[in-house]
Ligand binder design. Structure first.
Ligand SMILES: [Zn+2]
Length: 438
């Protein structure tokens, strides 16, 4: 329903607000898709259970092509690094058109599973059309077009990737399509921010790929550019995913990766560290102190055999975290959070691995925390049903057998520990429905 001021309303029997569940609630949404008020519903509600859309804080769209193609092992030592070789050949074959079509299918699939924002960590700057100087811009714009055509909100993070390993090793031939000179990279950022057609759903951030792929001077140039032109833009970086990477960093810099990053660049709360699987206790504590978000990608980390992130300790100490689909082996936020909780239960041999009280289900608490981490990592007004946030919403079905006769808290737990996308009946971004499955 649209009133004379151009506002429309959505109401639900139950809504998950930042402080928990509320009954009979109504939202007013303006023409830009922002929530302008949240209050009691006056008329019978339209929707059953409404939760904030989830933020996918780490995706490489093109890696969706690898799903099912990397599960045959030719050598006993097959690991992350051998998976990476297979990923290189997939990236080398990408064109602007294949990247657009693949991302469009992927983002539609993500939306149907309840992701409403994606932080796309984009380093496929162009391979087969490398003789075209415009190709890095066209490759990035293909992702923006995919986001706009599906209604998926996007923080596009063009990636700086310049070396094959610590110590300024030159890029290997199969990595060259990722490589950009620092000045070309910064111009790409400026072009995407100032000249490319962008919808209100989209924003641009920075992403040095990792400490092994970008040297100190280049990261410094990125940070200086950000300070001069977009001081609040998010910065994302892969870090400490593999033990080998930690050991190589210690050899090169005599410091562990997170320790070195913290000392060299003094990152603040607009940084998001992807994986950070292998941290020492002092590294973890410093990260929490600086309110830096950790981006966890449980299904990809499991698939690649990365290791366990100590989430229960991180949460108990006040850490901020969110989830990402990373290689896009799985695009279901419920499954990501489920796996993460189960990792903690298995390793601690407890059911209540997070030692939470019983006022809300673990599912609801973890869901809200992942939304908060995603909000901070994306730098966007998302992940909360509250005044001033975007009306990015997920509606749980009122006639799915799994959710029948349950409280909203139990219904969300049923989705988390047993559900799939069939529990979702509608998804909104900017207050506009993006799918109808019922
Ligand atoms: Zn990644």
């Amino acid at each position: 329903m649209i009133d004379s001021a151009g506002l429309h309303t959505l109401s639900a029997e139950w809504m998950l607000l930042p402080n928990g569940w509320h009954q009979h609630m109504e939202l007013s949404i303006d023409k830009d898709g922002l929530i302008v008020s949240v209050g009691p519903a006056i008329t019978p509600p339209d929707l059953p259970i409404c939760i904030p859309g989830m933020i996918n804080l780490h995706s490489h769209a093109f890696q969706r092509h690898l799903v099912g193609r990397t599960q045959r092992f030719s050598r006993p030592e097959d690991d992350f690094w051998s998976w990476r070789s297979r990923m290189y050949s997939e990236a080398a074959a990408l064109t602007t058109d294949s990247q657009f079509k693949g991302a469009q299918r992927l983002y539609a699939d993500m939306l149907s599973h309840g992701y409403t924002t994606v932080c796309e960590f984009h380093y496929t700057h162009g391979a087969v059309q490398r003789d075209n100087a415009e190709i890095p811009v066209l490759m990035a714009e293909s992702l923006l077009r995919a986001s706009e055509s599906t209604g998926m909100r996007m923080m596009l993070l063009p990636v700086l990737y310049q070396q094959a390993g610590f110590g300024e090793q030159p890029l290997a031939p199969e990595q060259r399509s990722f490589g950009l000179d620092t000045q070309v990279y910064l111009r790409l950022i400026e072009h995407l921010r100032d000249e490319s057609p962008r919808s209100p759903l989209q924003s641009i951030g920075y992403a040095p790929h990792s400490l092994r792929a970008v040297g100190l001077d280049s990261i410094r140039a990125v940070i200086d550019h950000r300070a001069d032109t977009a001081p609040h833009a998010p910065v994302h970086i892969h870090i400490a995913e593999q033990v080998r990477e930690v050991n190589e960093c210690i050899l090169a810099h005599r410091k562990r990766p997170v320790e070195w990053l913290l000392d060299a660049f003094e990152p603040d709360s607009s940084w998001c560290l992807i994986h950070a699987t292998h941290m020492s206790d002092p590294e973890r504590r410093q990260l929490i102190e600086r309110q830096i978000t950790v981006g966890l990608c449980p299904t990809t980390e499991a698939d690649l055999g990365d290791g366990f992130f100590p989430l229960s300790r991180f949460i108990s100490e006040g850490g901020t975290w969110g989830i990402g689909s990373d290689s896009n082996l799985c695009v279901d936020p419920f499954q990501e959070i489920r796996l993460m909780d189960w990792q903690q239960r298995l390793s601690s041999r407890r059911r209540n691995a997070f030692k939470m009280d019983a006022l809300l289900s673990v599912a609801t608490r973890l869901y809200l925390q992942a939304c908060e981490g995603g909000r901070r990592a994306s730098g966007m007004a998302v992940g909360r049903i509250e005044e001033g946030s975007s009306a990015d919403l997920v509606v749980l079905s009122d006639h799915h057998p799994l959710l029948d006769a349950r409280t909203p808290d139990d219904a969300l737990a049923a989705c988390m520990y047993s559900g799939d996308k069939s529990v979702i009946s509608q998804v909104y971004t900017s207050g506009r429905p993006r799918l109808q499955t019922t």
